[in-house]
Ligand binder design. Structure first.
Ligand code: XIL
Length: 350
């Protein structure tokens, strides 16, 4: 299989095909899907899943099941969802996703164990001593990873721990425990499930820049200390108005060389509304660029979109005046971005 290496050579063709959407259909059952296009590429195609949409929207459910072979909980595995009161865990929604994935032959990425957002108020408002916080963090990580042992194959162990300038983010964890909390989190997660692949994860870390440099140095350091860290996650929240990180492949390749996996974990490409054809083409290019970098890398194992339809995307609620960030419209029509992703996978086979 020459596959991965030849992707760049066919980029122009992929994009041209996306524009005209005259992509040749591949033969075989269910060939008209991202999932079948990704088969054999070594890259899982995933989506974040909104559990209320999964429960209430049959069309949404069908697309999750047929288009993707990996799922991530958009919210229900976060701390506030799983441990709403100290020591009381609620796995109901997360378990439903894991069961859905099993029924549909999908793997599950776990998101996320340590973060500064979406923490329960008991954790952030109560004044715990550093020793207590360390115990709380350890219990949380161990309990959660143990609960999903063998059912979640990758964990975003720490999420967004650096600032864009490459300094460590000021969080309750850094303040109370110092920078060593990161290594501890990986060690605790590994003890709870030695087979799970353990990831760093962040945004604005796709290209070579101060933030990804910090992650590169951290990864190197942790590996040399024998800390069980296996992957580097790049969220991939892009916007057509910013352009796209040209050095993404160089970045992925340097992590490859460290011997860790890489993954694009939350890809979406937003735009300032209203939508027009030019922005949609730029968006297709953005989605495809990250996928090309992944296909070209030796150890890039998955590419996940942060929701596949504008019907439930988080973008309009957070970035004022922006939207249309996913590969499907609100009406569940496939956009040029969808075709670009599919064609990029298909062309990588040749
Ligand atoms: C977002 C979800 O999509 C929203 O539904 C929620 O209200 C806030 O969090 N980086 C991450 C994700 O790691 O967990 C965030 O998800 C988006 C940014």
């Amino acid at each position: 299989m020459a596959t991965r290496r030849n992707v760049l050579a066919v980029v122009a063709l992929a994009l041209a095909t996306a524009v005209s959407s005259t992509a040749p259909a591949v033969a075989g059952a269910n060939s008209d899907s991202l999932r079948s296009a990704a088969r054999g590429s070594g890259v899982r195609i995933g989506t974040a899943v909104d559990m209320s949409a999964l429960a209430s929207d049959a069309d949404y459910r069908t697309i999750v099941a047929t288009e993707f072979d990996s799922v991530t909980a958009e919210n229900v595995m976060k701390w506030e969802a799983v441990e709403p009161e100290q020591g009381r865990y609620d796995w109901a929604a997360a378990d439903r996703l894991v069961d859905f994935a099993r029924a549909n032959g999908q793997v599950v990425r776990g998101h996320t164990l340590v973060w500064h957002n979406q923490n329960p108020s008991w954790l952030t408002e109560d004044a715990f001593t550093p020793a207590q916080l360390r115990q709380i963090l350890r219990n949380h990580i161990k309990t959660q990873v143990r609960h999903f042992k063998g059912r979640v194959y990758q964990w975003d162990v720490v999420n967004e721990v650096y600032n864009d300038d490459g300094t460590l983010r000021d969080t309750i964890w850094l303040r109370a425990l110092g920078p060593g909390y990161i290594a501890d989190a990986f060690r605790w997660a590994h003890e709870a499930d030695p087979k799970a692949k353990l990831y760093l994860n962040d945004y604005n870390n796709e290209g070579v820049n101060a933030k990804s440099d910090a992650y590169y140095a951290l990864t190197k350091q942790l590996r040399s200390q024998g800390v069980p860290i296996h992957g580097y996650g790049m969220q991939g929240h892009l916007g057509v108005q910013y352009g796209f990180p040209g050095s993404v492949f160089d970045n992925v390749r340097r992590f490859d060389a460290l011997g860790v996996q890489t993954a694009f974990t939350e890809v979406d490409v937003r735009m300032i509304l209203p939508v027009d054809a030019t922005k949609e083409q730029a968006q297709a290019y953005g989605f495809s660029t990250l996928l090309q970098a992944c296909l070209l890398a030796r150890h890039c194992v998955s590419y996940t979109v942060w929701g596949f339809t504008d019907r439930y995307s988080w973008v309009p609620g957070v970035f004022e005046g922006q939207g249309s960030a996913t590969p499907y419209t609100e009406d569940l029509q496939r956009k040029p971005a969808y075709q670009a992703l599919r064609n990029t996978f298909l062309l990588a086979r040749h």
